[in-house]
Ligand binder design. Sequence first.
Ligand code: TYD
Ligand code: MG
Length: 411
Amino acid sequence: MPAFNRLAGPATPKPLIEVQSRDLVRIPTGDQELDRVLGGGLVPGCVVLLGGEPGIGKSTLMLQSTMAMAARGMKVLYVGGEESPEQVRMRAERLGELTAQLLILPETNAAAIVECLNRDQPDLLIIDSIQTLYQPAVEAAPGSVSQIRESASLLTAWAKQHSVPTLMVGHITKEGSLAGPKVLEHLVDVVLQFEGERNHAYRMLRANKNRFGSTAELGLYEMLGTGLAAVENPSDVLLGQTDDDLQSGAAVAAALEGARPMLVEVQALVSTAVYGTPQRSGTGFDLRRLNMLLAVLEKRNGFKLASLDVFLNIAGGLRITDPALDLAVIAAILSSALDVPLPVGTAFAGEVGLSGEIRPVARLNQRVAEAARMGIRRLLVSGHGRMDLGSIEGLEIVPVKRVNDLHGVLF
Ligand code: TYD
Ligand code: MG
């Protein structure tokens, strides 16, 4: 690692203003969603960790993007301890054209991998997965934290020395514990997270850390029989229902996930609890947040929820973290509880505070533009704070100040 080379004598401080900034070289992966999340492509010598639950599609994403890079003439070394070369070949055949530039190495000994790297000098290195590697010099069981860390540092050092971009796959368990990957986060330059519900087709790619770009970007894919396809207009696929068959309990949120505006359908089901303790479940939505919103409804709207089950679901199997979803969640719950569908063409964008106030959300302009594009006619937003939105053809902006006002506006 030249930047930390101590043999050159002790480092001396110099004014930051005198430090030359360099334009980063970017190697596009050819996958527009991956490039978007990386900040334009891979940087030479960058080490990227891709985390996600087993079966979510990490190997598919790695293989299909590296096949595209190999097809453009890069020499790719795909190191896999997880699947046999025959299995990888079978998968690759579904994903696209194979080229001689893609080399596969079924090896789990990190020291042996480095030997192979020195001999073959690839332009791109893929490790699938880091959990399967071990370093013979380390006395610990394969799969243990020290084995994962030592193997990863060895390969990271090689990648930095030779300026070869490296992508490592790491498994995360359902509970979100990154048994291996968590210990690697400080070691790598970029940490990507691949998520979604396995029984749904949509996948989200987020950056939890990015030394070479923003972490605000979001990649969206649909898992097809022929691999992962980019989703260019999220609202088109995430809005489950059309205007004329809107059911009670469904509300549309003008959400912003990463830097991407998207209309998302929130579905709530409120029913009488059969057992003593009412059930609460949130799919794609934080359960603590749901409980907080229910408490607000109970306290501020006199809504008796103690004997009701509440189930909440975000259409498409995606996890949305945008607080602007709150208002749509409340509206969906009210609609289901009353069994009255919400007016057609209505969408929501507002955060709900503990005292039942509806708070303004970030980047309202983008949400408004997306709502208008998708044919929304009424957007309910916070009545607090400044609003300098010009008039938008065909879209009425309705400010609402408190959760108690919602009922009057809607029903
Ligand atoms: P995989 O990439 O093996 O997941 P991971 O490496 O994260 O464990 O993909 C898992 C699922 O994706 C697998 O169950 C089958 C499905 N899949 C498709 O639906 N279409 C495809 O083209 C491919 C290659 C996989
Ligand atoms: Mg895999």
